[in-house]
Each structure stands twice: as structure tokens, then as C-alpha cells.
Write a protein that binds this ligand. Structure first.
Ligand SMILES: [Zn+2]
Length: 382
């Protein structure tokens, strides 16, 4: 573990000095290993609900986490992020340890940027904001519809409305683009984010990628959820994938091509394969009973290739495939990305979409008269 900050803080609960530290989660470290190192009974982990065990396997190497210890070095509390919005909390109360999940406190700033292209959309966004992730996301949104080399010329306008999260005054995570416009040959191309996907102004989905169904399943036994905090019960249960109930031993096929980046046992996910497609997309297949013969880390797999067999490893109830899809480490709902899903909004859904994007359309229109502008429009603290 790398010690980043060591500071003394007063611990009101214990009355003595307590030490708070910011640390970095090691590669290969596990929640059970962390409990063991801190002399915490593993029962605290084994007693967790299945979904919580899965969440415990979401801790990523390199993530910053916080601990608080008493003057004897005994752990009083640990806060370990499992996503951009949720953290796992281990805390000591009446001589017993508990684990739960709580929201990460952050502020979110909505920003608007308008500029005329000088070199390229990527370079100009990076130059004006210093935000490489924003520049990359913008390019990714348009790369299927706009030929950046040929179509975008000097003087074309681009506008982007996005939010950036800040924690302890530092930006963290990835920017979320809500609306954007890119002009080519005096024609504006609009893109709006709506329920986790990107659409043009007519409600046609901008297909960034699509997936095949990875297994023949009987039903969805647990849906994808970001897990909203309940105001009174203070309970939140994100589920960063879908559980697809299937027969034990059923073939699991790769939903997209890519390279195997992880193969092995992954805490509450049991026997797991992770496959990376391109720079930003990562797919996770969990609770497998077996891996496909010959499959190794760094193996290249084709779309549809056999990668393993359905099982119930990792203490899950019945045989099912937990299927997770992450874009830039941010979990997204896999079911909405399956190829057969319709990609044009219609009827009431389209009406709702049109109402939803209207304020963004107005905001973009207002910005079109500016040659260059950067604004912070809204700040919300969660
Ligand atoms: Zn699951």
C-alpha cells in the first residue's frame, strides 16, 4: 500500500487522536485480503447479500481510498470507492465491524464551451479546457457520423454542454456530455445524451457499439441499477450489470471482440473473464463454472467466440451469468446495447425525449452567436 497523506485528526467518537490516511488500492488486492490484514472477521464479508458481494468485487486497482485508525492502529473506518458515485464503508461500532454502501460526496458543475475550430475539435477542446477526457469523449460521439479529417474545417463551430464532478476541489471521473453541436459545411450536427445513450435531434440513436447476447437465458433475474439512495431507509443497492438466469454449463459467448484482460477468481463475481474492446469498453462475464479451453490473458477473442460456461461460482444463488459492461470504467446497462434493440425513439418516448432536449437546444442556440465562450452554468453538491 502506498501512503499518500498521513494526518492527525480528532476522533470525536473515541476521544483519542485518530489517524486518517489516503491510500491507493493495490493491483490484485481483494476485500477479503483487506479484512484479513486488519484482523476483521471474514464473516462480515460472508454475511453480505449476494449483490453486496458483487459490489465488493468492483473495487479497482489504483483507486484512492481512506482509512481512519485509532492510536493503536486499529481500523475504525475505511471508505473504498466501488464506482464514481458509491463507496464501500467498513466501520467499527460497539466492538463489531459492519460493511455497507454509501454515496460519495461530490459537487457537480455544469459547463458550456463554444469555440470555432482552429486545429481540430480534439486539440481545440484540450487547449481551451485542459480536459483530455472531454476532448476524447467529444470525438468518440461524432466519429461514426463525421469525418474529422475532411469534413471539419477551420472556422467550424462546436458547442458542448457537459458536467464535471469534483471531489475535494479536484475533478474526478469522466465528464458527462449532455448536449453538443458540431458544424460541418455550415450544417449543424446535434447529439444529446438521454437515459445513458446518445441520440441525434430526431431521436435516432448514435450507435457507438453494439453487443451480441452472450448466453441463451431463460430470464433476467436481476436488472442493472445505479442504486439510488433511499431518503429514509438510506439504503442503496447498485447492480452494475445484468444477471441472466441460464442452465448450468450453458455456453457463454463473447458479446463483442476484444482482448482478455482478466481471467480468474474475482471475489463475489467468482470465476470471471474480462475482455477489453478498444480503449474504453470493458466487458465482464462472472460466476462461470469453467473457462473455454485455451483461453488466456491477452488472448484475442472474436465476437461470438466461446469463452466459458455458466455456473454459480462466487456464492451466487442459482446458475446465472452476471454480465457487466463498462465504458471508461463507468458501468452501463448492457441490455440496452444488444444489437436487436431498436435504435429509434418513437411515440411517447420520442415526445418525452423532445421535451427533455428542448432546454439544451435553446442553450446551444444562445451560444451560437459567441465566437468563443466558456461558462459554468450550475453547481450542485450531492
Ligand atoms: Zn449480478
Amino acid at each position: 500500500m502506498i501512503r499518500l497523506i498521513g494526518l492527525w485528526v480528532a476522533c470525536l467518537a473515541c476521544g483519542y487522536g485518530a489517524v486518517g490516511e489516503r491510500l491507493v488500492w493495490d493491483k490484485g488486492a481483494t476485500l477479503l485480503g483487506f479484512l484479513d490484514k486488519n484482523k476483521i472477521d471474514p464473516k462480515v464479508y460472508y454475511d453480505l447479500a449476494i449483490q453486496d458481494k458483487e459490489l465488493g468485487a468492483e473495487i479497482r486497482a489504483g483507486v484512492s481510498y481512506y482509512t481512519l485508525r485509532d492510536d493503536q492502529g486499529v481500523l475504525l473506518q475505511a471508505l473504498i470507492p466501488v464506482s464514481e458515485a458509491v463507496q464501500l464503508r467498513i466501520f467499527k461500532q460497539a466492538d463489531r465491524y459492519h460493511i455497507d454502501f454509501i454515496p460519495i460526496v461530490f459537487s457537480s458543475v455544469q459547463k458550456t464551451l463554444s469555440l470555432r475550430v482552429q486545429k481540430s475539435p480534439y486539440k481545440d477542446i484540450l487547449r481551451t479546457t485542459g480536459d483530455a477526457r472531454l476532448a476524447q469523449e467529444f470525438v468518440d460521439i461524432y466519429k461514426k457520423t463525421v469525418n474529422f479529417r475532411r469534413a471539419v474545417i477551420k472556422g467550424d463551430q462546436l458547442i458542448v454542454i457537459y458536467t464535471r464532478k469534483h471531489r475535494l476541489d479536484r475533478p474526478f471521473g469522466f465528464p458527462s456530455i449532455q448536449a453538443s453541436m458540431l458544424e460541418t459545411a455550415r450544417r449543424p450536427h446535434y447529439v444529446f445524451a438521454y437515459e445513458g445513450k446518445y441520440y441525434d435531434a430526431q431521436g435516432k440513436e448514435m450507435m457507438e457499439f453494439f453487443l451480441e447476447t452472450p448466453v441463451r437465458y431463460s430470464r433476467v433475474s436481476s436488472k442493472f441499477s445505479h442504486g439510488r439512495m433511499h431518503p429514509i431507509l438510506k439504503e442503496m443497492r447498485p447492480h452494475y450489470g445484468v444477471d441472466l438466469a441460464a442452465k448450468f454449463g450453458a455456453a457463454v459467448h463473447a458479446a463483442t471482440e476484444g482482448n482478455v484482460v482478466f481471467m480468474g477468481y474475482k471475489g463475489g463475481y467468482g470465476r470471471t473473464v474480462e475482455i477489453k474492446y478498444g480503449k474504453e469498453l470493458r466487458l465482464l462475464y462472472a460466476h462461470l463454472s469453467a473457462f473455454a479451453p485455451g483461453l488466456k490473458v491477452h488472448s484475442y477473442v472474436r465476437r461470438g467466440q466461446l469463452i466459458g460456461r455458466v455456473g454459480s461460482t462466487g456464492l451466487s444463488t442459482g446458475p446465472h451469468l452476471h454480465f457487466g459492461v463498462y465504458k471508461n470504467d463507468r458501468p452501463i446497462d448492457p441490455l440496452g446495447r444488444i444489437r436487436t434493440a431498436k435504435n429509434q425513439l418513437n411515440g411517447r418516448e420520442k415526445e418525452h425525449f423532445e421535451r427533455y432536449i428542448r432546454p439544451y437546444q435553446h442553450a446551444i442556440k444562445d451560444m451560437q452567436s459567441f465566437e468563443y465562450a466558456q461558462q459554468e452554468t450550475l453547481k450542485i453538491t450531492y
